[in-house]
Design a protein around this ligand. Structure first.
Ligand SMILES: C[S@@+](CC[C@H](N)C(=O)[O-])C[C@H]1O[C@@H](n2cnc3c(N)ncnc32)[C@H](O)[C@@H]1O
Length: 364
């Protein structure tokens, strides 16, 4: 008997898996219940759904993940931040304990670098440090770090440090129209997520053209961070601009970006739950929060200027005897100060109940 080969067309359509994490897509569609949800809620579910959200899984940040952050480029970044904290500690008369509190610590790369730097010195700083990390999603494992749950009680002395915390908060999206800013909602059309217009909002000084974001968590969270230390300082690293620049008339597509396997793009409705989503921070709001809490603000400065002012170049030169490490550090410095990448990050500091200009801000 001769076998006949008949072409057999299988149905290869992966259904909701084509849109991202199939279980997450299903959960979002279920919550929509045939209607629409705000973009802010969509972003919250995509990043932080209790079971399937992007940040629930470890390994999202770093070379093996989807995007780099400064602490994952090279420990040099954390060493510089450690030296900054050390300067605050000295200015305060070397108190012990001295808390370093890091909300949004992720895998703990910054914590590890700061604690290693302190352990590498013999001046009592390591003994004084109590490192508290807050990470509601996949936390790190460094045993020297206390991984705490909110709410935290304020500590007497210390520093609060954040890196790319605020730019990971879910944002409201708006399209400017002659009627005012119209909120972007998201619905499921049976095959994919699509946008649909919501109500008109009243937003002071809102752009008159194009798309823009509002980050409702930024101001209240910044205020609460200011309350975490009774005496000490804050150091915040994040992508963003002052409001005039963030909402400048020429910026008509907003700042929302997605990162999937180290490729940046602007479509939040693909790779849902498998890609990062981020929007630039309104530094005018962070500054207002600092001032409303009565702290003395410094900056914001560009990360590149800040790191050069701290003397990061000297850490590269210090490795000259070890050429492999020298080139790793040289590349690290280039990445951390790259004016089109991490070097664009803004650095905002604030001091509380200490009279001191923190390192990196003297020239401002
Ligand atoms: C862009 S990642 C940065 C991680 C780390 N700081 C780094 O630089 O590699 C943002 C982190 O903030 C955390 N996060 C988001 N909202 C948070 C909140 N309200 N409190 C504390 N952490 C939060 C996320 O889970 C995530 O780990």
């Amino acid at each position: 008997m001769a076998w006949e080969t008949l072409p057999m067309a299988l149905d290869l359509d992966p259904g909701t898996a084509a849109t991202g994490n199939a279980q997450l897509v299903r959960a979002i569609v279920d919550e929509m219940d045939g209607g629409a949800i705000s973009f802010q809620r969509f972003m919250e579910l995509a990043l932080y759904h209790p079971e399937f959200g992007y940040y629930r899984k470890a390994g999202r940040v770093g070379k093996q993940g989807d995007f780099l952050t400064s602490p994952t480029v090279h420990p040099m970044f954390g060493w510089a931040v450690a030296a900054w904290c050390h300067a605050v500690w000295e200015a305060m008369g070397r108190p012990s304990p001295f808390h370093v509190i890091e909300p949004g610590a992720g895998s703990g790369a910054l914590a590890t670098a700061i604690l290693d730097w302190a352990d590498g010195r013999q001046d009592g700083f390591a003994r004084a440090i109590r490192y508290i990390a807050l990470e509601p999603n996949a936390p790190g494992r460094d045993p020297r770090v206390a991984w705490a749950e909110p709410p935290l009680q304020p500590v007497a002395t210390g520093v609060v440090v954040t890196n790319e915390l605020f730019d990971a908060f879910p944002v409201r999206l708006f399209d400017a129209t002659p009627r005012g800013p119209v909120e972007v909602l998201v619905r499921w059309d049976g095959r994919q997520f699509v946008e649909t217009p919501g109500g008109v909002a009243d937003i002071a000084d809102a752009p008159r053209d194009g798309r823009f974001e509002v980050n409702p968590g930024a101001y209240p969270v910044m205020r609460s961070l200011c309350q975490l230390v009774e005496r000490g300082a804050l150091l915040v690293f994040d992508y963003g601009y002052a409001q005039e620049e963030l909402w400048a008339p020429w910026r008509i597509t907003g700042t929302l970006l997605c990162f999937y396997r180290h490729t940046a793009h602007e479509n939040p409705y693909i790779h849902v739950g498998e890609q990062d989503m981020t929007a630039h921070v309104n530094f005018s709001e962070l500054l207002a929060a600092v001032q409303d809490e009565g702290l003395a603000p410094f900056g914001p400065a560009r990360q590149s200027d800040f790191l050069y002012a701290l003397g990061l170049r000297s850490l590269v030169e210090a490795a000259r005897a070890d050429m492999a490490e020298y080139f790793v550090r040289r590349r690290g410095l280039e990445q951390l100060t790259d004016g089109t990448g991490l070097g664009r990050i803004r650095v905002l500091a604030a001091t509380k109940a200490i009279d001191f200009i923190p390192p990196g801000f003297e020239a401002l």
